[in-house]
Design a protein around this ligand. Structure first.
Ligand code: ADP
Ligand code: ZN
Ligand code: ZN
Length: 728
C-alpha cells in the first residue's frame, strides 16, 4: 500500500503519513486534502513510499488531490531551505508556496495574461458616448491613460456595472482583448546609455549560470530599463523572468512600463492585495509557463516557474521583503537561493543597497554594476538644502525656506511633495501644566492625536479613544498636540497656500484599493499642486512636474535604538530626494534637521551613498553587528511580565549551556524587554544571539529551538527571528 508523507501547515515539527487510495495520483509536490484529528487540512506531499511507523488502524487515507499542478522541485527545495534556515516547520514554509485558494482548489481559467485595449473605433466613438454616463466615462478614462490599455488584472477588479460596460464595449468592437504572445526585444523605448549597456551585457553573459549582481544605480538611473533589456533575450527564448518589487502600489505602474516596453508580453502579477481568484489565475499562468514575466511582492518568490531564466529583485534593501511574523523569511535572500538552485543570474537593484549586499559586493561574492548618473540626459541631481528644524516649529512645522520654495513652485505651475514619516495630526497630546501625556492603555507607547474625526489612536494596537476635554491628572484644559503628522501639515499648508490643490497620502487616506492610483493619476494630470504624505510616497513614482521635495521629522530616526535606523534613514532620504526633478526641470530637496553634520544627511548632500555605506560598515564591524555577525532574536510575550521573565531566564540558561560547546563561538545575550515593552496588553521580551559564523549559529538555533519547546510555561508565546530586521 503506497504511503504518502505529507507536510501540513501546523506548528508540529513533523510530517504526517497517510495511505494513498487506489486511483489517486499522488507524487511529491501534489497538494492534498487530509484529516488531522477532527479537522480537514490542506498539505503538500513531500515523499511517497511504502514504509510507515504509524499503526495500520491509525493510518488515514488521503481524502482528495487538488486539481492544481504539483509544486515543482525547486519550490519544494526552497520551502525546505526556508524551514530549516528560519527555524520553522516544513508545513508552514510550504504553506507559503501553496496556490492561494488551495482550500477550495477550484481551477480558475483567468485572463490575467491578457490586456484590454481600446480599438481605433472605440477611441473615436466612446468620448462622445460617455459624456453623460459618469461610470462609463470613468472606465473610459482608465483607458485614456497608459497606452490605451487596461491590464486584465485591473479589469477583474472593476465594480460589476463597469464590468458589464466593458463586456458591451467588447461586443461593439470598442475594446479588444490583446492575447498574450511571446515577444522579443522590440518596443524598448530608449537607447540604453553606456552604463546601462554594460550592465545588460554583463547580465546577458551570465545567462544560464548562477551569478548574483548588485545593480547599484542612483535614483532615476534607469534600472528598470536594465531589468527589461536583460529580460528581453530570456523572453525571446521562451523562458520566464521572476521580478520582485517591494510595494503593491508599485505593481500597476511597473506593469504599465513593461507593457510599453514589451507590448503583448504575458505578465502575471502576484501580491497579497489581489483577490484570491486573480492570484490563482496568475499562479496557474506561472505554473503553465504561459506567464513570461511574474511580477510580485514577497510571496511571489514561491511562484512555480518551469522555465525560469532570470530573477530580479528591485529595491533590494526594502524592509518589506522580510516577513515580520509567521515564517520570518527574507524574500530577497530566498530569491538569491532560488536563483542558485536553478542556475540562473539574479539581479538585485537599488539606489541605496542594503549593507548586507554592499558587503557581498565589496568582498566579490556579488558582481557590482554601477549606474552612476540619471538616465534622462535632461535630468541633473537635485540641489539639497539642510535647514534648521527648531525655527520651523513655531510655524506649524513649515520653515521659511520650505514655505518660499513651495510658493515658487506654485507660481511656476510645478509640484511639491512634503514628506513626514507620521500619519495623524500630532504624535502626542501633552498637558501644558503638569506634562501628562496621553498613553495607550495597552501599549508602552504614546497615543497619536487625529482630527477629522478627533480621536486619540494607538498606531501599535489600533486602540482608539475620545480626546479628553481636560488633563486627567490636574484638570488643566490646555492640552497640546505636540509634533507634526500628515494631517497637521495638510492643514498648515492649506492655510499658507489657500489656492493650492493639496492631497494627503498615508495609510488613513489610501484604505480603498484604487485610492492611491487615483492620486497618482491626478499628479500625472497636474490637477494637484502639493502632496503631503508618509513613506508611501518615497518610492518609484515618476512625476515630471514634481520639482521640490521637503522632508520633515527625519531626525526622529536618529533617536531610534534600532541599529538599522540610520541606514534606513539614508536610504529613505536618497529615495525621497530622487522624486525631485526627474525630467527636464531641476529638482530641489529641503530637509529640516537639527543635525546637519550627521553622516546620513552628508551622504544626501554629497549624493554619495557608497561612502556612507562604507562608513556605516566600519561602524558595524567595530560594534560586531550584522552583516559582520549573524544574529537571531528570541522574542517572547505574555500577559504577565513575570511569565516572560521566567521563560526567558530558562531560555537563557539553556542557551548558555548549548553555546558552551559551540565552535566557533555563539554569544547568548541576557534577556531584555523589547523596545516596545508592552503591545496590545502583552508584555514583550527578547534575547539576542550572535555568531561570526552562520553555520555555527544555525547549529545552535536548531538545538536551542528543541530546548525551548520543552520549557514549561504555556502562557508564553515565543518565536525565533533569524536575521532580524532590528533588535527591537
Ligand atoms: P530608477 O528605477 O533607476 O530610479 P527608472 O528606471 O525609473 O530609474 O528611470 C528613470 C527615468 O529615466 C525614466 O523616466 C526612464 O524612462 C528614463 N530612462 C531610462 N533609461 C533611459 C535612457 N537610456 N535614456 C533616456 N531616458 C532613460
Ligand atoms: Zn495636567
Ligand atoms: Zn496600543
Amino acid at each position: 500500500m503506497p504511503i504518502a508523507r505529507v507536510a501540513l501547515p501546523v506548528a508540529a515539527a513533523t510530517t504526517f503519513d497517510y495511505w494513498v487510495p487506489e486511483g489517486l495520483d499522488v507524487s511529491p509536490g501534489r497538494i492534498v486534502r487530509v484529516t488531522l484529528g477532527a479537522r480537514k487540512v490542506t498539505g503538500v506531499v513531500v515523499a511517497v513510499g511504502h514504509d510507515t511507523s504509524v499503526a495500520p488502524e491509525k493510518l488515514h487515507p488521503i481524502t482528495d488531490v487538488l486539481a492544481v499542478p504539483p509544486l515543482p522541485d525547486d519550490v519544494l527545495a526552497l520551502a525546505a531551505f526556508i524551514a530549516s534556515y528560519y527555524q520553522e516547520t516544513l508545513g508552514l514554509a510550504l504553506a507559503l508556496a501553496m496556490p492561494p485558494t488551495a482550500g477550495g482548489g477550484r481551477r480558475v481559467r483567468g485572463a490575467v495574461v491578457a490586456t484590454w485595449q481600446l480599438t481605433p473605433a472605440g477611441a473615436q466613438a466612446l468620448p462622445e458616448r460617455v459624456t453623460r454616463a459618469p461610470a462609463a466615462r470613468a472606465l473610459f478614462e482608465r483607458f485614456a491613460h497608459a497606452e490605451r490599455t487596461l491590464p486584465a488584472s485591473e479589469a477583474a477588479a472593476l465594480p460589476p456595472h463597469q464590468k458589464r460596460t466593458l463586456r458591451a464595449w467588447r461586443e461593439q468592437g470598442f475594446v479588444a482583448g490583446v492575447p498574450a504572445t511571446d515577444v522579443g526585444a522590440a518596443g524598448m523605448s530608449h537607447t540604453l546609455n553606456d552604463a546601462q549597456r554594460i550592465a545588460v551585457d554583463e547580465i546577458a553573459k551570465a545567462d544560464g549560470t548562477f551569478t548574483p549582481f548588485l545593480l547599484n544605480g542612483v535614483t532615476g538611473s534607469g534600472k528598470t530599463d536594465v531589468y527589461l533589456a536583460a529580460a528581453a533575450p530570456v523572453f525571446a527564448s521562451g523562458r520566464q523572468v521572476l521580478m520582485l518589487v517591494p510595494e503593491i502600489n508599485l505593481t500597476p505602474q511597473l506593469v504599465a512600463r513593461v507593457r510599453h516596453a514589451l507590448p503583448g508580453l504575458s505578465v502575471a502579477t502576484l501580491h497579497s492585495g489581489l483577490p484570491a481568484g486573480e492570484r490563482m489565475a496568475a499562479w496557474h499562468a506561472a505554473a503553465a509557463g504561459d506567464a513570461k514575466l511574474v511580477l510580485g511582492t514577497r510571496l511571489a518568490v514561491f511562484a512555480p516557474m518551469p522555465a525560469l531564466g532570470l530573477v530580479v529583485v528591485d529595491e533590494e534593501q526594502d524592509a518589506s521583503y522580510k516577513q515580520q511574523d509567521g515564517v520570518r523569511y527574507h524574500a530577497r535572500d530566498a530569491a538569491v537561493w532560488r536563483a542558485h538552485r536553478r542556475g540562473v543570474p539574479v539581479v538585485l537593484g537599488s539606489a541605496t543597497p542594503s549593507l548586507e549586499s554592499w558587503l557581498h559586493a565589496r568582498e566579490g561574492r556579488y558582481r557590482r554594476l554601477d549606474l552612476p548618473v540619471r538616465a534622462d540626459p535632461r535630468a541633473s541631481p537635485p540641489r539639497v538644502a539642510l535647514t534648521p528644524n527648531r525655527a520651523a516649529r513655531a510655524q506649524d512645522g513649515i520653515g521659511d525656506r520650505m514655505r518660499e520654495a513651495i510658493g515658487a513652485r506654485l507660481a511656476r505651475g510645478e509640484q511639491s511633495l512634503v514628506f513626514v514619516n507620521r500619519r495623524g495630526f500630532a504624535p502626542s497630546l501633552v498637558c501644558a501644566s503638569c506634562r501628562w501625556e496621553a498613553q495607550c492603555p495597552r501599549c508602552s507607547a504614546r497615543l497619536t492625536t487625529h482630527r477629522d474625526p478627533p480621536r486619540l489612536r494607538c498606531h501599535h494596537c489600533g486602540h482608539a479613544e475620545r480626546v479628553p476635554a481636560a488633563c486627567p491628572e490636574c484638570g488643566n484644559v490646555d492640552l497640546q498636540p505636540l509634533g507634526f503628522g500628515t494631517q497637521r501639515l495638510e492643514r498648515a499648508l492649506a492655510a499658507a497656500f489657500p489656492a493650492a490643490r493639496i492631497a494627503r497620502v498615508d495609510r488613513d487616506t489610501t484604505q480603498a484599493r484604487h485610492a492611491f492610483a487615483a492620486v497618482r493619476d491626478q499628479v500625472g494630470a497636474r490637477t494637484l499642486d502639493i502632496l503631503v504624505g508618509t513613506q508611501m510616497l518615497a518610492k518609484g513614482h515618476d512625476f515630471p512636474r514634481l520639482t521640490l521635495v521637503c522632508v520633515l521629522g527625519a531626525d526622529n530616526a536618529l533617536y531610534s535604538a534600532d541599529f538599522r535606523a540610520t541606514e534606513r534613514l539614508a536610504a529613505l532620504l536618497m529615495q525621497v530626494g530622487g522624486r525631485a526633478g526627474r525630467a527636464g526641470l531641476p529638482g530641489e530637496v529641503i530637509v529640516q534637521t537639527d543635525f546637519p553634520e550627521h553622516a546620513a544627511y552628508a551622504a544626501l548632500v554629497a549624493d554619495d551613498y557608497g561612502r556612507f555605506a562604507d562608513a556605516l560598515l566600519a561602524e558595524r564591524q567595530a560594534l560586531e553587528l550584522p552583516p559582520y555577525t549573524h544574529a537571531a532574536l528570541l522574542c517572547a510575550d505574555a500577559h504577565h511580565r513575570s511569565d516572560v521573565d521566567a521563560f526567558l531566564a530558562h531560555a537563557h540558561a539553556a542557551g548558555i549551556a548549548l553555546a558552551a560547546d559551540a565552535d566557533p563561538a555563539v554569544a547568548v545575550y541576557s534577556p531584555v524587554p523589547a523596545l516596545l515593552a508592552r503591545r496590545a496588553g502583552l508584555e514583550r521580551g527578547q534575547i539576542v544571539v550572535q555568531s561570526a559564523r552562520r553555520a555555527a549559529l544555525q547549529r545552535f538555533l536548531s538545538a536551542w529551538r528543541a530546548a525551548l519547546a520543552d520549557i514549561p510555561g504555556r502562557r508564553v508565546r515565543w518565536a525565533l527571528d533569524v536575521d532580524p530586521a532590528g533588535f527591537g
